[in-house]
Design a binder for this molecule. Structure first.
Ligand code: FES
Length: 207
């Protein structure tokens, strides 16, 4: 087995482990979140989920559930962030005009994140709803077993169902089955640096 596959598997194991930890954080944080006294409407839509992004290894991601949907949180490396705007011509909707995200995310352009280092998005392919895989290492077209990502791969996501490719900000490449960029949910940063998924501002939920 080549070392690339080994590294890929290790990364998946790390991500799975980190994901378990993040869920633990989410549930452990319940008393803190409840102290924000969410509105009746917010409670009806589903409680926010909090994760500590400092637990995510660079170049990997964790998955958490929010409102019954998978949310990906990726720790993007400086290398992948440096080239994030270089492939806009290859994308269907580089400015996310026809994609779903809060206005404060759209305003960040290619980064599509409140803080560039951490990308938060819905892990649901916009074609038929499969879960895209992370392929976060730029320049490595063979990092997923049996998948050729193509020369000049900038780092991103690959959907195993019908082959859609997204960049590291969840922006879909041209000529893919998926029509739109990955959706980004509302989220905010708490004072302790944790990401709170499901609110536009932490103060939104102050009673
Ligand atoms: S569901 Fe992702 S490409 Fe079809």
């Amino acid at each position: 087995m080549d070392e690339h596959v080994d590294r890929g598997r290790r990364r998946l194991l790390i991500a799975a482990t980190a994901g378990t930890g993040a869920l633990g954080v989410a549930f452990a944080a319940v008393p803190f979140i409840l102290s924000w006294n969410p509105s009746a409407r917010a409670r009806a839509l589903g409680a926010p989920v909090e994760i500590d992004p400092s637990k995510i290894e660079p170049g990997s991601m964790v998955r958490v559930a929010w409102r019954g949907q998978p949310i990906y949180v990726v720790n993007r490396t400086p290398e992948v962030l440096r080239q994030i705007g270089d492939h806009n011509a290859l994308l269907v909707d580089p400015n996310s005009n026809d994609s779903q995200q809060p206005a404060y995310i759209k305003a960040t352009g290619a980064v599509r994140a409140r803080i560039p280092k951490y990308w938060v998005g819905l892990g649901v392919c916009t074609h038929l709803g499969c879960a895209p895989l992370g392929a976060f290492e730029p320049g490595r077209s063979e990092q997923l077993p049996g998948v050729e990502l193509g020369a000049g791969w900038p780092g991103g996501f690959y959907c195993p169902c019908h082959g859609s490719k997204y960049d590291i900000s969840g922006r879909v490449f041209k000529d893919m089955p998926a029509p739109r960029n990955l959706t980004i949910p509302p989220y905010a940063y708490a004072k302790n640096g944790h990401i709170v998924i499901g609110v536009n501002q932490v103060s939104d939920d102050a009673g």
